[in-house]
Ligand binder design. Structure first.
Ligand SMILES: [Ca+2]
Ligand SMILES: [Ca+2]
Length: 178
């Protein structure tokens, strides 16, 4: 059983990833979202952008593959929750997604994500500014107001863990209507 916090976290992701707002996830959502996210850090290298786009594609491919029985090319909120909160089905996918997103936030390659890049990327995904700032603060930024790339990647992985509650990622659902 997933914690209430975990369910809230993935319900929020579903609502944001439904970028075209038709109530289901479909390939168009991932194209829209991918484009928005890579455009959020224009100075990032082509390699990092390409990896991010591939990770979004991989995210969608996993949903599709796991839903082969249904196969209508659309993913409902219930289907989404069942898949992404099952580490056996989703660990590999979220791992690559987490690494790609965190790396995109470090265009100068020094191993740290500066707050403006973090805010730009999380805003592109659709999170609210106060939640984004609270999450960044919860990662305990070091001098220069930045957090290690690995800290953010780990935070993304934790976000999808069904058994976790009271984690930094829970700041993203605070005050939303999830
Ligand atoms: Ca959609
Ligand atoms: Ca950096």
């Amino acid at each position: 059983m997933a914690t209430t916090e975990a369910n809230n976290r993935v319900e929020l992701v579903f609502s944001l990833f439904d970028a075209n707002g038709n109530g289901v996830l479909d390939p168009g959502d991932f194209e829209l979202m991918g484009r928005r996210v890579v455009e959020a850090v224009p100075e990032a290298g082509d390699g990092a952008k390409h990896r991010m786009l591939k990770a979004f594609q991989g995210y969608w491919d996993t949903l599709r593959t796991e839903l082969d029985a249904d196969g209508d090319g659309q993913v409902s909120p219930e289907e989404f929750n069942a898949i992404v909160l099952d580490p056996q089905r989703f660990d590999v996918t979220v791992d690559e997604f987490a690494e790609a997103l965190a790396a995109l936030g470090d265009p100068d390659g020094d191993g740290y994500v500066e707050r403006p890049h973090f805010v730009a990327l999380m805003t592109a995904i659709g999170f609210q500014r106060p939640n984004i700032e609270a999450l960044f603060d919860a990662f305990e930024p070091v001098h220069g107001d930045r957090v290690p790339v690995v800290t953010w990647a780990d935070g993304i992985r934790d976000y999808y863990r069904p058994e976790k509650s009271g984690i930094p990622g829970d700041h993203l659902t605070t005050g939303t209507d999830q």
